[in-house]
Ligand binder design. Structure first.
Ligand SMILES: Cc1cc2nc3c(=O)[nH]c(=O)nc-3n(C[C@H](O)[C@H](O)[C@H](O)COP(=O)(O)OP(=O)(O)OC[C@H]3O[C@@H](n4cnc5c(N)ncnc54)[C@H](O)[C@@H]3O)c2cc1C
Ligand code: FES
Length: 375
């Protein structure tokens, strides 16, 4: 039985009343916050679970494979927002999943693992993100992932198998040990159903599997060339931790790969960061570059360097600002700028019409004057 076949639980809302069919098929629009009904929780590995959801009003979630949603659980009285890629396929839009790896000490990933159960409800928004094959048509694809970075590529693979797409996909997934391989059984099964899909797992160590028959180690150019001799001809999608991404970038550069056919997403967060604050230039160098930020609701103000993001400085000053990706992707830190100007370098987390209305993403905005913000 696959995850797709196991997702309904007795608590899930059901289309039993004929009137409810009238709502059936309505879409959940991007950017809207909605209640998500958790209909199943599945263990994928010892530290990874998939959480399956429906919208209680039976809306379909329209998304592109590779996109993420932002969920906002209330934990110890505080609403925390985090992005999670949809690991399910957009071809099945009424029940959708996120797949979450525990991050040691991380508040949201651990809370989800320890508390979220079938029958519970969460707030969620999105979908968003530009790490998707839509708009990059290619028949020959190379998916490279490590750890929980498998999720967007799993969505892409599930979608192409569901669609019976005539694609040539090689999927190379890296994991610490065989027990850490996420979706191993389902990918193996999909491989038997679709002649164009080839799945290869690379583990750093054997763990408890002393009979693991495959090579061990990290992906390098020699192994990639051996396993995927035509990798230079493929459209590459890669997702994983920062170190893995840097390593793969370096080996593709060494091979002379054409980076126009390269698409990447990292889940690594340069969150808030006392480190970011410490990285700024010495005080003497900053004087011409120091601004005053006033929080209109609390009346609080603080000084900050023009080299810091407003989010990092506001959090450091004790303001509560919702945030998630810290990369200008998810839109969680969108806030009205009432006075002043910032240099905002976002990655799709805000629309032009919102910018025109005076909203800014504080995680990727650096001040270029004194500011008043709606906080
Ligand atoms: C676009 C996007 C999509 C994402 N999709 C997924 C997904 O499909 N599955 C998934 O499990 N996670 C995903 N993440 C990461 C997720 O949003 C959370 O950051 C993660 O679950 C940790 O949250 P937390 O609250 O438990 O810990 P946090 O408070 O976020 O972090 C706790 C500590 O761990 C570090 N840390 C946080 N995340 C990581 C990480 N991924 N690797 C290494 N160190 C980290 C932080 O720097 C911090 O020191 C995604 C992130 C982004 C930006
Ligand atoms: S925290 Fe995601 S856009 Fe700012």
């Amino acid at each position: 039985m696959t995850a797709h076949e196991r997702i309904l639980d007795p608590c899930a809302p059901r289309l039993t009343d004929p009137d409810t069919w009238s709502a059936f098929g309505a879409q959940w629009n991007s950017g809207e916050q909605r209640n998500l009904h958790c209909c199943a929780v599945l263990d994928e590995t010892h530290d990874v679970k998939s959480f399956w959801f429906t919208c209680p009003d039976f809306r379909a979630l329209s998304f592109e494979p590779g996109q993420f949603i932002t969920i906002s659980p209330v934990i110890a009285g505080q609403t925390l927002a985090r992005c999670y890629t949809l690991s399910s396929s957009p071809t099945r839009p009424f029940t959708f999943s996120i797949t979450v790896k525990r991050v040691p000490g991380g508040p949201v990933s651990n809370w989800l693992h320890d508390n979220l159960r079938a029958g519970d409800t969460l707030r969620g928004s999105g979908p968003a993100g530009s790490f998707t094959p839509i708009g990059h048509p290619a028949r020959k694809l190379l998916y490279l992932s490590a750890g929980s970075g498998v999720t967007p590529l799993m969505s892409m693979t599930r979608a192409s198998v569901d669609l019976g797409a005539d694609l040539d996909i090689t999927f190379v997934h890296s994991a610490r040990t065989p027990s850490d391989i996420i979706f191993n059984a389902e990918l193996t099964r999909m491989q038997t159903l679709s002649p164009g899909l080839r799945v290869l797992n690379l583990c750093e160590g054997q763990g408890a599997h002393s009979d693991w028959p495959h090579p061990l180690g990290r992906l390098d150019l020699a192994l990639l060339a051996r396993w995927v001799p035509d990798f230079m001809e493929r459209e590459v999608f890669i997702c994983g931790p920062g170190g893995y991404m840097a390593g793969v970038n370096a080996l593709l550069q060494e091979a002379g790969f054409d980076f126009q056919h390269f698409h990447q997403e990292s889940f690594d967060i340069s969150r808030l960061d006392e480190e970011t604050l410490e990285e700024v230039a010495p005080v003497a160098d900053q004087q011409a570059d120091t601004f005053t930020v006033t929080l209109s609701r609390s009346g609080k103000s603080f000084s900050m360097s023009g080299q810091q993001t407003v989010l990092a400085a506001a959090k450091k000053a004790g303001a509560i600002v919702p945030s998630s990706c810290s990369q200008g992707v998810c839109g969680t830190c969108k806030t009205a700028l009432l006075q002043g100007t910032v240099d905002m370098q976002h990655k799709g987390g805000i629309r032009q019409r919102e910018i025109d209305k005076g909203l800014r993403l504080l995680c990727c905005s650096k001040p270029t004057s004194d500011l008043v913000i709606d906080l």
